[in-house]
Design a binder for this molecule. Structure first.
Ligand SMILES: C[S@@+](CC[C@H](N)C(=O)[O-])C[C@H]1O[C@@H](n2cnc3c(N)ncnc32)[C@H](O)[C@@H]1O
Length: 258
C-alpha cells in the first residue's frame, strides 16, 4: 500500500508484490498500460467475466449526472479507454462535459477512438496528466471520477488532495476500485481466479502474463474499504461513504467537497 506521507528520495515502494525505487514505480505502471492498451477492453471482460460493466453502471447511477441542459463538468481521471466518460455522457443531459485525463498516451488514444465511435467526441476533451499533479485550476469540476485507477498511482494521498483541489465546492468525488471481498468462500474463489486464472488469460489473450500479475498484486496492496474511506476524509472530503459490489470484490467510495 502507498504510504499516506511522502517518502524521502531513494525510498522504495511496492509495485505489485515487488519493492522498487519509488521514482521508478510510475514508469513501470506506464509500461504495463502501454503494453495492454490495445487489448485492455477485451481483457477487462475476460478478467471480470463482464462484471466491470455492471460496476461502472453502478458508479454512474450513484453519480446521477443531471439530465437537464444545465452545465455539469466532469473530470474522469485515469480514464483510460473511456468507459466511465462514455457512460456519463450517455446518461447525462446535453450540459454534461467531460475531460478524460490519463497518464498513458496509448490508453488515451484508444479512449479517443472509442468516444468518437460513440459519437461523444463533441462533449469530451482529452488530457495527458498525472493524478498526483492534475493540470487544471482549482475548483474547476462538478464531479471527479476515478475507476480502477487510484491503486496505480504512487502517492494515493496526493491524488486524493488533487481530487479535492480541482472540485468546486459542492462537487462530488467517486472512486471505483477493487477492494476486500467480505464473503467467505467467494473470497477463496476470487483469489484462485485472480492469481491462477487471470495471469494465464493475460498470457493467452495478450501474449504476456506479467502485466496481469502486476494488476492482480496491486489489488492486494490497496487499502481495504474503511482505511481507504479514512484516507478520503483526510484529504478533506465530507459525507464519505462506500458501497460494496459483488461482496466487496470492488467498492465505490463517495465523498463531497463541502
Ligand atoms: C485499469 S486502467 C482503468 C481505465 C478506466 N478508468 C476503466 O475503468 O476502464 C488504469 C488507468 O490508470 C492510468 N494511470 C496509472 N497511473 C496514473 C496516474 N498516476 N495518473 C493518471 N492516470 C494513471 C493508466 O494509464 C490506465 O489507463
Amino acid at each position: 500500500m502507498s504510504s499516506t506521507t511522502s517518502n524521502p528520495p531513494g525510498d522504495t515502494t511496492s509495485f505489485g508484490f515487488r519493492q522498487v525505487a519509488e521514482g521508478m514505480r510510475q514508469g513501470l505502471v506506464n509500461d504495463v498500460f502501454s503494453t495492454v492498451a490495445g487489448r485492455y477492453d477485451l481483457m477487462n471482460d475476460l478478467m471480470s467475466g463482464g462484471l466491470h460493466r455492471l460496476w461502472k453502471d453502478d458508479l454512474v447511477a450513484w453519480l446521477a449526472p443531471p439530465k437537464s441542459p444545465r452545465r455539469f463538468d466532469l473530470i474522469d481521471v485515469a480514464g483510460g479507454t473511456g468507459d466511465i466518460t462514455r457512460r456519463i455522457l450517455e446518461i447525462g443531459g446535453q450540459g454534461c462535459r467531460a475531460v478524460l485525463c490519463d497518464i498513458s498516451p496509448a490508453m488515451v488514444e484508444v479512449g479517443r477512438r472509442r468516444l468518437a465511435e460513440a459519437h461523444s467526441s463533441a462533449r469530451v476533451a482529452f488530457a495527458i496528466g498525472n493524478a498526483e499533479t492534475l493540470p487544471f485550476p482549482t475548483k474547476s469540476f462538478d464531479a471527479y471520477t476515478i475507476a480502477f485507477g487510484i491503486r496505480n498511482v504512487t502517492h494515493i494521498d496526493r491524488a486524493l488532495s488533487e481530487a479535492y483541489r480541482v472540485l468546486k465546492t459542492g462537487g462530488r468525488f467517486l472512486c471505483l476500485e477493487f477492494s476486500a471481498c467480505e464473503v467467505p468462500l467467494l473470497d477463496r474463489l476470487y483469489d484462485f481466479h485472480a492469481f491462477e486464472i487471470i495471469p494465464r488469460l493475460g498470457a493467452l489473450a495478450a501474449g504476456s502474463a506479467e502485466p496481469y500479475r502486476y494488476l492482480v498484486e496491486s489489488i492486494r496492496k490497496f487499502p481495504t474499504q474503511e482505511p481507504f474511506a479514512d484516507m478520503i476524509r483526510a484529504a478533506g472530503f465530507g459525507r464519505v461513504s462506500y458501497r460494496n459490489l459483488t461482496g466487496g470484490i470492488a467498492a465505490i467510495h463517495s465523498g463531497w467537497r463541502l
